[in-house]
Design a protein around this ligand. Sequence first.
Ligand SMILES: CC(C)(COP(=O)(O)OP(=O)(O)OC[C@H]1O[C@@H](n2cnc3c(N)ncnc32)[C@H](O)[C@@H]1OP(=O)(O)O)[C@@H](O)C(=O)NCCC(=O)NCCS
Length: 292
Amino acid sequence: MTQRIIRCTNRHLDRMLEYISVHNPAGEHHIGYFGVTPEDIRQSVLMLNLRYDRGFRLALEGNHIVGAMGMDFDREIGRTWLYGPIVTSENWDATADALYAAVGKVIPPEISEQEMFIDSLNERCRNFATRHAFVGHGSLAIYFITPDRLAKLPAAAADEWDDRLAGQFVSLHEQLFPRSNYTLNYMLAERDKGATLLTLSDGDQLTGYFFGRAEQESGEAYVDLVGVNPNYRRQGLGRRMMLAGLAQLRGLPGLRQVNLTVDSDNYGAMQLYDSLGFMKERDMAAFRKTTG
Ligand SMILES: CC(C)(COP(=O)(O)OP(=O)(O)OC[C@H]1O[C@@H](n2cnc3c(N)ncnc32)[C@H](O)[C@@H]1OP(=O)(O)O)[C@@H](O)C(=O)NCCC(=O)NCCS
């Protein structure tokens, strides 16, 4: 059937969100940046730096959507994130390539890096990535815990943020998560909006920290970071900070689940999450391509 690639205008938005909501939860189609629930997907599309009517394209057969793809970019970081392709046409490869070509025209020439983040079961996207010269950029596991399981966990104490720790915090954070997108300034700004930033100290020495956020709109919360000074590991501090942080996050009214992402080779952290009752939702793979 004849296929058309069109821009996702205001008129198509709801149909596109519905299409993504139907297909994105399945591992074979899943693109990590969208999230899973219809609320997540709507939020992720509406929050982009580049509006959907500029960044998103649809593949139509007749009047039916058979593919969707979009992108977002950040000039400062110099990177584009590919939201797709999600394709249900029988001509998967050709449809995905046509969407990618259309989306590619919107990427500013000075952006030199493209990233994809897909479920490891999404084989067609994996092949797409290889075909378009992306290379593997790590594997991650996504974990979640539900309110019934959270309710069974004991609370624990940790300290609220103290500005006097800023210097130590920045150096420990750089040691544990080099060049992280989560800067202290970002975390403090989020904390002003209700995020949770907790620390533990031994005298004047910062021994660990926890950063998490709750999203009112979607009812989802996230553990973004938990880190313990290497000299203080296996003494229960990581567990204690998780319990203290989760005790705050579980206060979100209408909470559906708390999520976190961990590198697939971070065995110690996964053991910690398992022991708290987190469950694995899916395995993800990241890909990057350098252009220009
Ligand atoms: C993951 C991390 C926070 C754990 O901190 P910690 O204070 O050492 O953890 P705890 O002492 O509370 O350990 C609790 C449980 O987690 C598991 N665990 C923690 N580290 C482990 C390791 N290296 N190997 C195996 N199991 C481990 C164990 O089940 C442990 O219980 P046990 O000591 O009774 O066996 C810490 O190793 C760290 O900061 N790593 C670097 C940053 C990071 O990867 N953070 C997680 C991703 S955001």
